[in-house]
Ligand binder design. Structure first.
Ligand code: ZN
Ligand code: ZN
Length: 319
């Protein structure tokens, strides 16, 4: 068992991140989102790969023990997010990394966990499917078989835990229920490519999807959700492997969490105008939904109030 304390958004952008260098160097300078992301007033448009840090008290630990920290995904921007946020929140050890799928924006930061192992801890525990494990082994052979390392051999040390996508698994007492969703297709077979979202405590996390199968939706709706974290790449209709705003809103209404946060934005999504647009839905249909941003901190310690903050914004209590 575990008691959830908070969730920190380490990244909320698509694989390419925001800003795009091509927009910054464009003589026409017409991508307002990318250009604004480089300014203090537009900083919520600056987005790394989607990832969250989950912190909790493990009931197996003594009362005075430190909080446990588990990441979901460790993509290309893990290094940047960790140097920006870990010290601000007193995160030093990682008690696990749970991986949704083996795309670059979910696993390419694993090599950078080297800074933790050797110095802070002996190893990091990684929780992943066999399919993700196979890609990790192809991408980072030295992280799976240290005998394949070259040079000085200073590589990150991992313990891999293969999870069965049909069963829940625990990380230091926090239970993760895998939620299989479609995330585009295999180009070889044209069959759906499966990414795993998760339920942990009363939070549903679906970072990468273009379609939620009925059986997964039924599993999500079988329990009330306090927080939904949901893919929303762009305005309008679906992308081949991601939700557009229309799909995201449909799923938001259907799942009906206390509050929903969108992630995975492209540079066609301006945080500030989207926030304003979504805010209107609260008065119209009592739908609490907002774009997340890099650095957003959700204090979940109280079951009756949700507190949103970051080190560069005001604190907001969502009653
Ligand atoms: Zn741009
Ligand atoms: Zn992906």
């Amino acid at each position: 068992m575990a008691t959830l304390v908070d969730v920190i958004f380490l990244g909320t952008g698509n694989s390419g991140c925001i800003p795009n260098v091509s927009c910054l160097t464009d003589p026409k300078a017409d991508c307002k989102v990318c250009l604004s992301s480089m300014t203090p007033e537009g900083r919520k448009n600056k987005r790394r790969n989607v990832s969250v840090a989950i912190r909790f008290h493990s009931h197996g630990d003594p009362p005075e023990a430190r909080l446990r920290t588990v990441l979901i995904d460790c993509g290309k921007t893990f290094y940047e997010s960790s140097i920006e946020l870990f010290s601000k929140y007193g995160i030093r050890e990682l008690d696990g990394i749970v991986v949704t799928h083996p795309h670059a924006d979910a696993i390419f930061g694993l090599d950078d966990a080297r800074m933790l192992t050797h110095v802070v801890q002996d190893k990091v525990d990684i929780y992943l499917t066999q399919e993700t494990m196979d890609t990790v082994a192809t991408t980072f052979p030295y992280l799976v078989s240290p005998t394949l390392a070259t040079g000085g051999g200073d590589i990150a040390k991992f313990k891999y835990h293969i999870f069965d996508p049909t069963k829940s698994f625990e990380v230091h007492g926090l239970t993760f229920d895998p939620l299989p969703v479609h995330h585009g297709i295999y180009f070889t077979t044209r069959t759906p490519y499966i990414c795993h979202g998760f339920r942990f405590d009363d939070i549903v996390y679906l970072s990468d999807t273009n379609y939620i199968p009925p059986e997964t939706m039924a599993a999500i709706k079988s329990l009330p959700s306090r927080i939904l974290v949901l893919d929303c790449l762009r305005m309008g209709e679906s992308h081949a492997s991601h939700f557009g705003l229309d799909d995201a809103l449909k799923a938001t209404r259907e799942i009906n969490a206390f509050k929903t946060y969108y992630v995975g934005f492209s540079h066609r999504m301006d945080h500030y105008s989207l926030e304003k647009q979504l805010k209107q839905l609260e008065s119209i249909e009592n739908l609490r939904v907002a774009p997340a941003f890099d650095g957003l901190h959700l204090d979940l310690a109280s079951k009756t109030k949700l507190v949103e903050s970051s080190y560069f914004t005001d604190t907001i209590v969502v009653d």
